[in-house]
Design a protein around this ligand. Structure first.
Ligand code: SF4
Length: 355
């Protein structure tokens, strides 16, 4: 019996306490993911969850139930813990959805946390998303548990420590045989429809000269410039005459070629001719020596984007003062979580009798 239920069963006023709590389960508003829509559905007029004495409430100090609505990320885990601690006893936790059980469709995501690792959970409601009926059945089960002191679903599983029974599962290696890189054909029809495309490519080619390995139209209003990393700063300086900001910085992990492709997407708010155009500057760097010159001095909007890529892929943008400082992900997040060889160990459970 959980501590909270034991509390309800103690003292001379125990039946009154149990009765009152059973019919006054007030979940705090803590919408964390899409399961929240089903929760809203369960309490809307169709299913009318309020008829069970359960009423969603906004302030944690006047509530006694948390319904975790799906995914909990590392950052949200702190909020969940704080909310739980602010609530008065006796208090209960239910977890909705596959994401709250084992990560659901975000399984193996570096940012996922199991709510049961943060707060004591009374009931899990499986599904993706669980139906409103399942949600209300969870409320009924919790009411039963409060009243009788026994949870209705008494199946328990033991977590097996994989480190003890064998070597940890290794990340799958890169494939040994790789299909030939397919020939990428530029959609000529589309580029032909973009009448000014040829003129813009010529302007960009003239501007960059030998510094660009290639300047290609990849679609309407889309141009890709491939450069060597040592030329990136000079190329960016010249492009700053046409474009005034960096829209995004991306890293593509290519482990079987032991390289990263770094992409900067430039655009313009001030030069009317270039406003509709997105120009991608791409460059390939060595995966083991993942360093690339920062363009933040030339394009200040690249600063945060580079730091984000540094957090997620471990690429070091030389010259960006934010390198080595985690700003996007929680401090306990594993290193380089978006590299393709990043894997989380899957947990294995057995029934109580070892099956
Ligand atoms: S279980 Fe499904 S519906 Fe619920 S939060 Fe996860 S993805 Fe969304």
């Amino acid at each position: 019996m959980s501590e909270m239920v034991r509390f309800l069963h103690s003292g001379p006023l125990a039946p009154i306490k149990r009765w009152g709590t059973k019919w006054s389960l007030w979940p705090v508003h803590l919408v964390t993911a899409c399961c929240g829509v089903e929760l809203a559905h369960a309490y809307a007029s169709g299913y009318d969850g309020e008829r069970l004495g359960s009423l969603n409430y906004g302030i944690s100090r006047q509530t006694n139930l948390i319904i975790v609505e799906g995914a909990i990320t590392r950052k949200m885990a702190r909020i969940l813990k704080m909310t739980y601690e602010q609530m008065p006893d006796p208090k209960f936790v239910m977890v909705m959805g596959a994401c709250g059980l084992k990560g659901g469709l975000f399984w193996n995501g570096y940012h996922m946390v199991k709510p049961s690792d943060v707060v004591p959970v009374d009931f899990f409601i499986p599904g993706c998303p669980p139906t409103p009926e399942a949600m209300l059945r969870g409320i009924r089960e919790l009411q039963e548990k409060i009243w009788s002191g026994e949870p209705r679903n008494s199946i328990s599983f033991n977590k097996i420590d994989m480190l003890r029974i064998g070597s940890p599962r290794l990340a799958p290696p890169s494939p040994k045989k790789i299909a030939k890189t397919p020939l990428v054909k530029v959609n000529v029809d589309r580029s032909e429809k973009w009448k000014e495309g040829g003129i813009i490519v010529k302007e960009v080619s003239d501007l960059l000269g030998e510094l660009a390995s290639s300047v290609t139209i990849t679609g309407r209003n889309r141009i890709c410039v491939f450069v060597e990393s040592e030329n990136a700063v000079e190329v960016a300086k010249r492009l700053s005459r046409l474009f005034d900001h960096v829209k995004s910085v991306n890293v593509i992990d290519v482990p079987h070629e032991s390289s990263f492709i770094i992409e900067y997407v430039f655009s313009s708010y001030s030069n009317k001719k270039y406003m509709p155009i997105l120009l991608t500057m791409a460059s390939r760097i060595d995966r083991e020596e993942a360093k690339f010159p920062s363009l933040a001095e030339i394009f200040p909007s690249a600063d945060y984007l580079e730091r984000e890529m540094h957090d997620l892929f471990g690429v070091w943008f030389e010259g960006n003062p934010g390198m080595g400082v985690r700003f996007l992900i929680a401090p306990d997040t594993p290193e380089n979580p978006l590299r393709k060889d990043f894997r989380l160990e899957e947990e294995v459970y057995t029934g109580g009798d070892g099956r």
